[in-house]
Design a protein around this ligand. Structure first.
Ligand SMILES: NC(=O)c1ccc[n+]([C@@H]2O[C@H](COP(=O)([O-])OP(=O)(O)OC[C@H]3O[C@@H](n4cnc5c(N)ncnc54)[C@H](OP(=O)(O)O)[C@@H]3O)[C@@H](O)[C@H]2O)c1
Length: 251
């Protein structure tokens, strides 16, 4: 692989991917909304790792922004070999207490945008191969409102695509981390005081686990032994018990 496109590359998990991929010699196409911060991250990565870095300022909650990124993925004159569908943010309140316009934008950001970008990447990678990492969440395995429902869509689609396109040399992975130390929770004004220290993962742990699982051809990556165990319990315990447990945790 020679060129990777990472959405949400200026902070958190997306920045971790961009940094690690550039360290491995990948040229980059980076996407985020804040143009100034994107330019600063681009300069830093290009200088430190001596790789080519392009940037696209785009809001993936809107159709025009998503189309601009999809068009770049469809540009076969400088093909993208790895798409990291990472950009995302949540909402501060539970569904039913939020503004429905915010919910619709979250759906566009967490479901519509990754689906549209995945479509463009699959079509461009047909015949030459490539890889797609869809950053979902451990929340996908528990019922926790519209955020977890959106992530469940991403995991389900990734699992199918891993099988369906694996034969064509296109690897697809859903990354399902638990809590990761990033800007995500502050941006969503979430109270994380109830989260135990052992539950926090570092960006580096998550990125390394995802890239290793992608190399192994896995469909789902769950970084950390404790989270693997929790995911197994969530998938095999009775649904009503999982739903009740999922109501605990952060409010
Ligand atoms: N942190 C966790 O505990 C955790 C756990 C499981 C899954 N995840 C998932 O991991 C992914 C990354 O989250 P993170 O924790 O790394 O968050 P983060 O630290 O807040 O970083 C989010 C990145 O996405 C960009 N972004 C946000 N909204 C965007 C939009 N509408 N269009 C384009 N870019 C946008 C941000 O830049 P701009 O603001 O400049 O656009 C930033 O670069 C998300 O999909 C999230 O659901 C996070």
């Amino acid at each position: 692989m020679t060129r990777s496109l990472v959405t949400g590359a200026t902070a958190g998990i997306g920045h971790g991917f961009a940094d690690e991929l550039a360290r491995r010699g990948q040229d980059l196409v980076l996407v985020a909304r804040d143009a100034e911060r994107l330019a600063a991250v681009s300069d830093d990565l290009a200088t430190r790792h001596r790789v080519q870095v392009e940037t696209i300022v785009a809001d993936l909650s809107d159709r025009e922004g998503t189309r601009a990124v999809a068009d770049r993925l469809s540009d076969d004159s400088s093909p993208v070999d790895l798409l990291v569908n990472n950009a995302g943010s949540g909402l501060a309140a539970w569904f039913g207490a939020t503004d429905i316009a915010d919910e619709e934008r979250q759906l566009d950001r967490l479901v519509r945008a990754p689906m549209v970008l995945m479509d463009a990447a699959l079509k461009s990678m047909a015949g030459r191969g490539g890889a797609i990492i869809n950053v979902a969440s451990l929340a996908a395995f528990t019922p926790r409102g519209t955020y977890s429902a959106s992530k469940a869509f991403v995991v389900n689609l990734s699992q199918w695509a891993n099988l369906h396109y694996g034969e064509d040399g296109i690897r697809v992975l859903a990354l399902c981390p638990g809590f990761v130390r990033t800007e995500f929770h502050a941006r969503g004004e979430m109270d994380m005081s109830g989260i135990k220290p052992w539950m926090w993962l570092s960006v580096e742990t998550v990125v390394r686990a995802a890239l290793a699982d992608l190399d192994r051809g896995r469909a789902v990556s769950i970084p950390g032994r404790r989270y693997k165990l929790l995911a197994t319990l969530a998938r095999h315990a009775p649904a009503a018990i999982v739903a009740r447990q999922a109501r605990r945790g952060r409010d």
